[in-house]
Design a protein around this ligand. Structure first.
Ligand SMILES: C[S@@+](CC[C@H](N)C(=O)[O-])C[C@H]1O[C@@H](n2cnc3c(N)ncnc32)[C@H](O)[C@@H]1O
Length: 274
């Protein structure tokens, strides 16, 4: 990939997804797009760029393939436990002690990848419902830009690696396992609505309003500051007043937004809408 080809494709990917490949990531972008070239029979990265730019009706489908190729979908069940403990505390304090909300809780896993995050949130809710013997109506929304990841999320079949943070009783409770494949039980799946959603697309947030809790973890790292601001402002609008946002433990809202109140929990921070 030449420098010019890298710049053309880097800018195109950024314009469509907000994902920003810095100059030192040239090799990564190249390796991720090599398959697209061979599948389309493009002779060079420049040809591929011109196809994306001027390819007519076929471009819509190719953009989906492009998103599938350039995204990093690494995730797992029960990732970053301190954030999940904070989630438990917030739900207990706000919805179990202070009385239940009139409408079902709306929880959004924005950039849910292959589903481990939204399904973890369902398990946490089900555990609390069982422990406190209170019915808390809730719905979890799982969205992502990668249709490949979303297909896996819908199938909900997982490997040992995905469930490595879970103990045996929890695995048995929530999965049917056979020959190393963990099939998520239906009663967990039915709490999650999985859909395509590009965080770059301000219009698409319309469907995700009045949220009680948003998890948007480990995706801001792929954006530049301009895109981070745009996404965080939109997520702010999607929350009900005084409700909560969780971002990845290595991510920060420093220089991105002052609209949220940071709340300190053991080992983590949650952000409350003002
Ligand atoms: C590393 S995974 C994080 C998954 C999960 N949130 C977690 O923390 O385990 C990042 C996800 O962000 C998604 N993503 C990247 N850009 C996006 C965008 N513009 N809109 C929606 N999702 C995006 C990728 O497809 C990928 O599945």
């Amino acid at each position: 990939m030449t420098r010019e080809e890298f710049q053309l494709l880097r800018d195109y990917v950024y314009e469509k997804s907000g994902i920003y490949f810095a100059e030192n990531k040239t090799y990564l972008l190249e390796s991720r797009l090599t398959n697209r070239l061979s599948e389309l029979g493009c002779g060079s990265f420049e040809d591929y760029y011109y196809f994306l730019k001027y390819g007519g009706d076929k471009v819509k489908d190719e953009i989906i393939n492009l998103f599938n190729a350039v995204t990093t979908n690494e995730t797992s069940f029960f990732r970053n436990p301190p954030q999940l403990d904070a989630f438990n505390v917030i739900i207990q304090k706000n919805y179990l002690q202070n009385g239940l909300a009139e409408t079902p809780l709306r929880i959004w896993s924005a950039a849910c990848s292959t589903g481990e995050e939204p399904y973890t949130l369902v398990m946490l809710m089900l555990e609390m419902i069982e422990k406190y013997k209170k019915n808390i109506p809730f719905m979890v929304y799982g969205t992502d830009i990668s249709t490949k990841a979303l297909d896996s999320a819908r199938a909900a079949h997982y490997t040992n690696y995905s469930v490595r943070n879970m103990d045996e009783p929890m695995k048995r409770k929530y999965f049917d396992e056979a020959e190393g494949v963990y099939r998520l039980k239906e009663h967990v799946k039915r709490h999650v609505k999985i859909d395509f959603m590009n965080l770059m697309d301000t219009n698409a947030y319309k469907t995700y309003r009045q949220m009680d809790m948003i998890f948007c973890r480990n995706v801001l790292i792929y954006f530049d500051d301009k895109m981070k601001k745009k996404v965080i402002d939109s997520l702010y609008e999607s929350l009900k007043p005084r409700e909560y946002l969780t971002i990845g433990h290595a991510e920060s809202l420093h220089n991105i937004s002052r609209a949220f109140k940071p709340l300190i929990f053991p080992g983590t921070i949650a952000y409350q809408k003002g």
